[in-house]
Design a protein around this ligand. Structure first.
Ligand code: ADP
Ligand code: MG
Length: 676
C-alpha cells in the first residue's frame, strides 16, 4: 500500500465511491489527500446567540432547554422544534425537518454546539437544520466541494482513512528550501489543511502548499524555457520584408512593419527568437506571420504554423497561400481528418523539403511528421496550446525560432510570469478604412426588428451570424442551435439560405459549412461559439447574439471581431433580458468600447483573476490551491527559490531531486518528461 494505491483500497471506499471520486479527479491516495477543502466550519470558537451574524454560517454554544417537540404539519412534513439558551444573551430556536433520529439524540439540560445559518432579528434568533455536536467538540471541520452522491462528510471520512496509507509520501520541496522559507513539511501540511488544529496552522499549511504548487510551476516553466538560452543554427541573415510587401494587394500598416522588423532583428542573432505578438482581432497578424514564413523560406528554412482547430488551420492555409502567392513558397496543410494518402504525400514532401510552410492542427505534433530543416514555428491563438505542446513542435528542429500570436491581451504582471523570457510585440493599429462595429444591446422584445434588420442586409448581398450560447445539458429554457436554425429557416428566413455550425459536428462537416459560408452560399449562419476564434469572412456585416448575458466580455469581443472585417459598416446586436448588474455592465462595456485591451482589463476586473487563470486559458497546468494574484508574493519567493536549484541541476538528475522531478512531471504531464 502506498500513496499511488487506488482509493478503492481505502477502508470504506468501494468501487462505486471510487467512481464518484473519479469525477473529482481523484484516483489515488495522494490525489485524495491533495483534494483540498474549499472552506472550513470553525467549531472551535463558538459564539453567543447575540454575537451570531444573521444569514452566515456560524457556530453557537447553548444549552438545550427541553427535548425537541414534534409538530406534524402535513403528510410528509414533520417539524421538530426546541429552544436553547446560551445563559448570557438569549434564546435560539432550533428547527429540524423530518429528522426524528437527529431530534431524539440531544438531551435536555446539556450544552451543545449548533452549526448553521441563523435567521430572525435582534431579539429572537432561529437556526434551521443545524449540525449538532457536544459542547466539547471544538474542532475545525473541512468543507469539500461536493459532487453527486459524495457529501462533504463522506469525503472527510475517506480523507481521514487515507492518511493511514501515506507513509511513503515524499516531499518534492528540497529540505534547504523548507528551511530557508520556514515551510511546514509535506505530511504535516496535508494533515493541517484537512484537519487544522487552529486557523493559524491552517494558514501556515496553506502557505506551504501554495509555495509548493507555485514552486513546481516555476520549475517546470524554467525548464521549458531553458531552451531559449541556447543557441540556434537557424540564421535568417536575409531580410526579405520588402520583396514580400511589394507583392501584397494592400500596404502593411506601420504597426505591422514595426513588428516584422522587431522579429527580423531577432532572427539574425544566432539565438532562437521567442516572441509573442499581441494584436486585437482584425489587426492583421496573419500578414505578419506570412512575412516571417517568407523570410524563413528565402533563407533556406521551413516554417510550421499550428492552429487550435481544423477550421482555423484550413483558413490560415488559404490566407497564407493567398498572401504568399507568386513568391515561390510552397504551402502545405496537415490536419487529422485528411485522407491517409494525402497525409502521406504531405509528410513525404515535407521531409524532402518540397513544402516550405506547413500549416496544421495538433496533427503537426505526431512523431511521423519530420521536417527537412525547420527554422520557424508559429502558433496562433496561443491560449489553446499548452506550453509543452509548443516545445514539442520546436523539438522537431534545431532550436527553431518561435512566434506566438495572440488576440487575448494579457495584463503585464501575468505575462511576465507566463512568458518569463518571451519578448512581446504589440500590433496597436488596425488596417485603414475599418469602420468600428456599431453595437446595440436590446431586449428580446426587439428580436423581430433585429431579424428585419438582418434581412435588409442579406438583401443587399451581405451575410450575417446569429450566435446562440452553448446548450448545457438539462437546461430547457435555451433553444439548441439546431432547433433555432430550423425555426429561422422555416419562419422569418424562409426565403434565405440558413446554415448551422455547432461544436458536436464532425470537423469535416464544420469545414464544409464554413466553406459554404465563406463562398456566400450560406447567407445567415446560426452558430454556437465555435465561430469565435479567427474565422474571417469580410462580407459578413451583421451579428446577432442571443442570451448575450451568458458570454464573458472577452468572448463577446472575440465574437464581434468576426464582423467589421471588410469595407462595409457592420452591426452587432446583443439580445438579452438580463437584469443583474454585472451582466448589464458587460453589455454596456461592449456598447461603449471597441478596444480589446480595455475590454480585457474590464473582464479581469469583473471576473477576477482567479477565474482568468482557472480557465485553462494559457495552457498552464491547473492550479489547485494557489491564486496567481492573491499569492503574488509567494510567487516571487518561488521564482527566487527555484533559480539556484535549476542552475546547479538543470534536468533535476540529482537523486535528491527525484521527488521534485516526479512532481513537476506530474503537474505538466508528458510534454516536459519527453524534453529531459
Ligand atoms: P487577425 O489579427 O485577427 O488574425 P487577420 O490577419 O485575419 O487579422 O486580418 C484581418 C483582415 O485584414 C484580413 O482580411 C486581412 O487580409 C486584412 N489585412 C491585414 N493587413 C492589412 C493591411 N495592412 N491593409 C489592409 N487589410 C489588411
Ligand atoms: Mg487571426
Amino acid at each position: 500500500m502506498s500513496v499511488t494505491t487506488g482509493i478503492q483500497f481505502i477502508k470504506g471506499v468501494g468501487p462505486q465511491r471510487a467512481e464518484q471520486f473519479g469525477r473529482l479527479g481523484v484516483a489515488t491516495v495522494e490525489d485524495l489527500v491533495r483534494l483540498y477543502p474549499r472552506a472550513y466550519a470553525d467549531w472551535s470558537a463558538p459564539l453567543t446567540v447575540s454575537q451570531a451574524p444573521l444569514g452566515e454560517p456560524c457556530c453557537i454554544k447553548a444549552r438545550l432547554l427541553a427535548p425537541f417537540a414534534e409538530h406534524r404539519v402535513r403528510k410528509g412534513l414533520t417539524l421538530y422544534k426546541a429552544n436553547a439558551d446560551d445563559g448570557k444573551s438569549g434564546l435560539l430556536q432550533i428547527t429540524l425537518f423530518n429528522n426524528r433520529y437527529l431530534a431524539q439524540k440531544p438531551q435536555a439540560g446539556e450544552e451543545y454546539l449548533f452549526y448553521g445559518r441563523t435567521a430572525g432579528n435582534l431579539l429572537r434568533k432561529e437556526m434551521a437544520s443545524p449540525e449538532i455536536e457536544p459542547a466539547s467538540f471544538a474542532k475545525i471541520r473541512p468543507i469539500y466541494r461536493q459532487t453527486e452522491g459524495l457529501s462533504s462528510r463522506v469525503i472527510e471520512g475517506a480523507v481521514q482513512k487515507a492518511f493511514a496509507l501515506t507513509q511513503d509520501l515524499r516531499d518534492p520541496l528540497p529540505q534547504t528550501v523548507l528551511e530557508a522559507y520556514g515551510l511546514m513539511p509535506l505530511e504535516q501540511a496535508l494533515r493541517q489543511i484537512h484537519f487544522p488544529d487552529s486557523m493559524e496552522t491552517m494558514e501556515a499549511a496553506r502557505r506551504r502548499l501554495v509555495f509548493e504548487e507555485l514552486f513546481l510551476l516555476q520549475a517546470g516553466l524554467s525548464q521549458l524555457k531553458a531552451r531559449s538560452r541556447g543557441e540556434t543554427s537557424c540564421l535568417f541573415s536575409q531580410d526579405t520584408t520588402r520583396d514580400f510587401a511589394a507583392r501584397l494587394p494592400f500596404s502593411l500598416t506601420g504597426a505591422q512593419r514595426r513588428v516584422i522588423a522587431e522579429c527580423a532583428a531577432d532572427l539574425q542573432k544566432g539565438r532562437p527568437m521567442n516572441r509573442l505578438v499581441q494584436g486585437d482581432v482584425g489587426s492583421g497578424k496573419t500578414a505578419v506571420a506570412a512575412a516571417l514564413c517568407h523570410m524563413a523560406a528565402a533563407n533556406g528554412f521551413q516554417a510550421a504554423m499550428m492552429a487550435p482547430t481544423e477550421i482555423l488551420a484550413e483558413q490560415h492555409y488559404r490566407s497564407l497561400s493567398g498572401l504568399l502567392k507568386g513568391t515561390g513558397v510552397t504551402v502545405g496543410l496537415l490536419t487529422g481528418s485528411a485522407a491517409k494518402a494525402e497525409k502521406e504525400r504531405v509528410k513525404a514532401a515535407l521531409l524532402a523539403g518540397d513544402i516550405q510552410l506547413l500549416v496544421g492542427t495538433h496533427a503537426l505534433l505526431q512523431e511521423t511528421v519530420a521536417f527537412r530543416r525547420l527554422g520557424l514555428v508559429v502558433t496562433d491563438e496561443q491560449h489553446r496550446f499548452g506550453v509543452g505542446q509548443r516545445a514539442a513542435l520546436a523539438a522537431k528542429g534545431d532550436n527553431p525560432h518561435m512566434l506566438v500570436m495572440s488576440a487575448t491581451p494579457i495584463p503585464r504582471t501575468l505575462a511576465l510570469i507566463i512568458y518569463g523570457d518571451l519578448d512581446v510585440s504589440v500590433i496597436d493599429e488596425l488596417p485603414p478604412g475599418r469602420q468600428p462595429v456599431e453595437t446595440y444591446a436590446v431586449s428580446t422584445k426587439l428580436r423581430q426588428r433585429a431579424y428585419g434588420y438582418i434581412q435588409k442586409h442579406l438583401d443587399e448581398g451581405r451575410q450575417g451570424y446569429v450566435v446562440c450560447p452553448l446548450v448545457e445539458e438539462g437546461e430547457t429554457e435555451l433553444i439548441p442551435a439546431a432547433q433555432y436554425a430550423e425555426k429561422l429557416q422555416k419562419g422569418p428566413f424562409r426565403d434565405y439560405r440558413v446554415g448551422l455550425l455547432h461544436g458536436r459536428m464532425k470537423p469535416a462537416e464544420k469545414e464544409a459549412v464554413m466553406r459554404r459560408f465563406s463562398h456566400g452560399e450560406i447567407q445567415l449562419l446560426v452558430s454556437t461559439t465555435v465561430v469565435e476564434v479567427g474565422v474571417d469572412v469580410p462580407n459578413a456585416v451583421i451579428m446577432v447574439v442571443e442570451n448575450a448575458e451568458r458570454f464573458g466580455l472577452s468572448q463577446l469581443h472575440q465574437l464581434r471581431g468576426r464582423i467589421g472585417r471588410g469595407e462595409h459598416q457592420s452591426t452587432c446586436i446583443l439580445i438579452s433580458d438580463a437584469r443583474n448588474p454585472e451582466a448589464l455592465r458587460r453589455l454596456k462595456v461592449m456598447r461603449d468600447t471597441a478596444d480589446g485591451f480595455q475590454i480585457a482589463d474590464e473582464d479581469l476586473r469583473l471576473r477576477g483573476p482567479g477565474d482568468f487563470f482557472g480557465s485553462r486559458q494559457h495552457g498552464l497546468p491547473d492550479l489547485k490551491i494557489a491564486d496567481m494574484m492573491e499569492d503574488m508574493e509567494v510567487l516571487r519567493q518561488t521564482q527566487r527559490a527555484v533559480r539556484p536549484i535549476l542552475e546547479a541541476d538543470p534536468s533535476l538528475l540529482n537523486p535528491a531531486h527525484a521527488p521534485l522531478k516526479a512532481a513537476v512531471e506530474r503537474l505538466f504531464g508528458e510534454s516536459i518528461a519527453s524534453m529531459n
